[in-house]
Design a protein around this ligand. Structure first.
Ligand SMILES: [Zn+2]
Length: 150
């Protein structure tokens, strides 16, 4: 009888990572949502146990994505429309200011998911499901130790 833990897990393709990223699902298993509340991300996936929130500095990726989307889709176009006279400058400022405040809140989940998607599409071997048995990466073991301490 085979040991179930020794069976290889299916590899996650970049296409699967893209779809999971667009649906805000765990990049490793695709069976759980990334967030436990509206603004709080799971530290570990509730289904597969992969660490999702990696600690200090990891939030900078989602922040950059969120800020970039807000600036280049709402703030900058609106200000340009106001600057070139297509709409009143006061209206442009109100729309840009409101968009700069509300759009990042609306995009918070999506930007986290996009960041994880981009990260694992660029580094697919970092994903637990894609790691090999003879992987000498110690971060896998370190995650396990960190998790048992909590
Ligand atoms: Zn998972």
């Amino acid at each position: 009888m085979e040991d179930l833990q020794l069976q290889p897990t299916p590899n996650v393709t970049r296409r699967q990572l893209l779809m999971r990223g667009l649906h805000c699902q765990c990049p490793n298993c695709g069976q759980a949502k990334l967030f436990k509340t509206r603004l709080r991300i799971h530290r570990y996936c509730p289904k597969c146990g992969m660490r999702i929130e990696r600690g200090d500095g990891y939030y900078l990726g989602p922040l950059c994505i969120n800020y970039g989307i807000a600036v280049f889709t709402v703030v900058l176009p609106t200000l340009l429309l106001g600057f070139f006279g297509y709409i009143a400058i006061k209206l442009a400022l109100v729309i840009a200011f409101t968009g700069a405040l509300l759009l990042p809140l609306r995009l918070y989940r999506f930007s986290w998911s996009c960041w994880l998607m981009v990260y694992y599409i660029c580094l697919p071997h970092e994903l637990h499901a894609n790691r090999t048995e003879d992987c000498d990466d110690l971060s896998f073991e370190e995650e396990r130790r960190t998790r048992t301490k909590q």
